[in-house]
Design a protein around this ligand. Structure first.
Ligand code: ADP
Ligand code: MG
Length: 288
């Protein structure tokens, strides 16, 4: 299993949007790769950001899982806090998304109430508090080809847990001065995790989000970013109304603007083409 953390300690940079659309693209690509006869590889998507009521959350807004058979602690936050007897495998729920996939995308529901306690409590367990997510994912690693993890917009123990558990990390970044200047701090965090708890963590790339290439500044910032970071810069995602419209309806972009051909990823819609290009490049890097 390749585990990809979508990390940036700033909010509103496109982490959640990137996480949901990448995971959906992976699920579709694995469905198409398997064809009709073979079981497709599976994708797990995890939401470490439920405590903060930011614009979009995955398991709160997206994959709302009202499972009455599970107790209040039987969720991702309960696993992190070691408050549930259930194993991670028992808590897995299969999503209906993306449309056209072979139902090969799963998640573990979370709890906004419990998730709010995670940072404070894990912090008190300074030694093992960094490894909780890694332990949760260990028994799942044979079940999934890819895990995609969305992060909270801070540098708490939740986010640090994802960097410890991940094999790879991408950093969404907006093409604006403050975002780009803040990159050094975000990169320093990744480097410090690489130094000690997770030396095999790979920085897969920087993903420019919400770009507006009608503005000269955005083109200039992209060029500057490419000059400084070279191949680390991933294919950029322009700002488009459909991206937000899809999320508002609880859909990934591929379900919102599906292709006519059932084995295609992108449709005539530009946003699907842009996310498909990004996902294809990230999958290539993950597998290499
Ligand atoms: P984060 O998770 O980093 O806080 P979000 O993914 O929630 O950021 O994005 C912040 C806001 O920007 C959301 O309202 C989202 O719909 C919007 N947004 C993100 N990416 C795009 C895009 N490519 N085009 C248009 N709106 C976008
Ligand atoms: Mg978010």
């Amino acid at each position: 299993m390749k585990t990809l953390s979508i990390f940036n300690n700033k909010g509103g940079v496109g982490k959640t949007t990137t996480a949901i659309n990448l995971a959906s693209a992976f699920a579709l690509m694995l469905s198409h790769e398997a064809g009709a006869d073979r079981e497709p590889g599976r994708v797990l998507i995890l939401d470490m950001d439920q405590a903060t009521q930011t614009s979009v959350t995955l398991s709160g807004g997206f994959f709302s899982a009202e499972d009455r058979t599970q107790g209040p602690n039987d969720n991702l936050a309960g696993l992190l806090l070691q408050m549930t007897d259930r194993s991670p495998v028992e808590l897995i729920v299969t999503t209906a998304l993306p449309r056209g996939s072979r139902k090969n995308m799963d998640f573990i529901p979370s709890s906004p109430v419990l998730m709010a306690n995670v940072d404070g409590i894990l912090r008190q367990n300074a030694v093992d508090g960094l490894y909780r997510l890694q332990e949760i994912l260990e028994p799942l690693s044979d079940l999934y080809r890819y895990a995609v993890i969305d992060n909270p917009p801070n540098l708490g123990f939740g986010a640090l847990n994802t960097l410890v558990a991940a094999t790879d990390v991408i950093i969404p970044v907006q093409l604006e001065g403050p975002s780009i200047y803040a990159l050094t701090e975000t990169l320093r965090t990744v480097e410090s995790i690489q130094h000690r708890p997770n030396p095999s963590l790979r920085l897969l790339g920087l993903a420019p989000t919400m770009c507006n290439f009608r503005r000269e500044e955005d083109k200039e910032w992209l060029t500057a970013l490419q000059k400084q970071y070279g191949d680390l810069v991933l294919p950029p995602i322009p700002r488009r109304g459909e991206v937000t419209a899809a999320l508002t309806q609880g859909l990934d972009i591929f379900s919102y603007k599906p292709p006519r051909q059932s084995d295609a990823l992108a449709s005539a819609n530009l946003a699907t083409q842009e996310f498909a290009a990004l996902a294809t490049e990230i999958m290539r890097r993950l597998d290499s």
